[in-house]
Design a binder for this molecule. Structure first.
Ligand code: 5GP
Length: 294
């Protein structure tokens, strides 16, 4: 939905629809202007006005960067998984910032004015809601919950109510309606997409941005969707296939991320995308080149 609002000068992106992208040379990384560096991604100025290049790092952080590390190859896998999910979401009519993947670690995206909220969708209790409300991890919630967190590292991303969002003008009512209805549609789609490959979607985080067309703006999905910002549990074994492996020192994070990509059909080794995941067997296979006997 379009909403009229004052037009900030930096957001005058030339979007009368997506620009027509011809095959192009992307400037070498050293000569690009860096716009922003986050914990897991870097944003560079894009080749056209109103575009950015989103670079996926292997760096991993948790607990507001108190824990730092790297997950080898994470950037490559997240770039691919996020491309896949955003492309499929576009097919069901969710507007997104994704334009196209450029190479192993980079994608071309639309520049947005980021809404300073983390939108968390929960189907099953885990993580902070379990801690906060004393609900056992793995307990299905009576219905899907949407929570909002104010994006501010210094404040540790506090949870906020819609009243705070309206009061401080982070998004208007119409924008919040778009955000919540998109979040529900994205959840429905992703639950089905992951269930089809034997993965239970426990919860995930979304970010949205505003793009401008003259004096009008609209909300589109931004950032990324990957195992960094989702809880993904194997449907049969309950094995965690997401960043909780890193957060909780469980080990096997590289294999887990790869497994998600493999099941989605994004890796070469895609013989049995629905096969039940056995992390220790997978590790043995990687180490020895042989599948262990059951
Ligand atoms: P929780 O509030 O339980 O810690 O997180 C809920 C969901 O949102 C989890 O899937 C988690 O991965 C995701 N999430 C929450 N905050 C962040 C964040 O700052 N970065 C990322 N990548 N994901 C987050």
């Amino acid at each position: 939905m379009l909403s009229a609002a004052p037009r900030p000068c930096e957001a005058i992106a030339s979007f009368a629809g997506a620009p027509a992208f011809q095959p192009m040379k992307v400037m070498p990384m050293s000569r690009r202007r860096q716009i922003y560096e986050g914990k897991a991604k870097i944003l560079y100025e894009g080749p056209e006005p109103g575009t950015l290049i989103q670079y996926f790092k292997d760096d991993a952080t948790a607990f507001n960067a108190q824990k730092k590390g790297t997950i080898n190859g994470k950037g490559v896998i997240n770039n691919r998984i996020s491309e896949h999910v955003f492309t499929r979401l576009a097919h069901i009519g969710i507007p997104t910032h994704f334009i196209r993947r450029l190479n192993m670690r980079e994608q071309l995206v639309r520049q947005v004015e980021i809404i300073p909220l983390e939108v968390v969708v929960r189907n099953v209790a885990a993580g902070s809601i379990s801690k906060r409300l004393g609900i056992e991890e793995g307990e299905p919630l009576p219905h899907t919950l949407i929570e909002y967190y104010y994006k501010d590292d210094a404040l540790n991303d506090p949870m906020v109510a819609e009243e705070h969002i309206a009061c401080f003008g982070w998004a208007n009512n119409e924008e919040m309606q778009d955000i919540s209805s998109m979040a529900i549609r994205i959840n429905d789609f992703m639950c089905g997409m992951f269930a089809a490959v034997g993965i239970r979607l426990i919860d995930f985080k979304l970010e949205f941005g505003r793009i401008w067309d003259g004096d009008y703006s609209r909300i589109i999905l931004a950032d990324e969707i990957s195992p960094d910002g989702c809880r993904l549990w194997d449907m049969t074994s309950g094995e965690k296939l997401d960043k909780d492996r890193f957060r909780r020192d469980l080990g096997g994070e590289e294999e887990a991320y790869q497994e998600v990509a493999r099941r989605l059909g994004l890796l070469q080794d895609d013989a049995n995308p629905g096969e039940v995941f056995d992390l220790s067997a997978h590790r043995t296979k990687l180490r020895t080149g042989h599948k262990p006997k059951k």
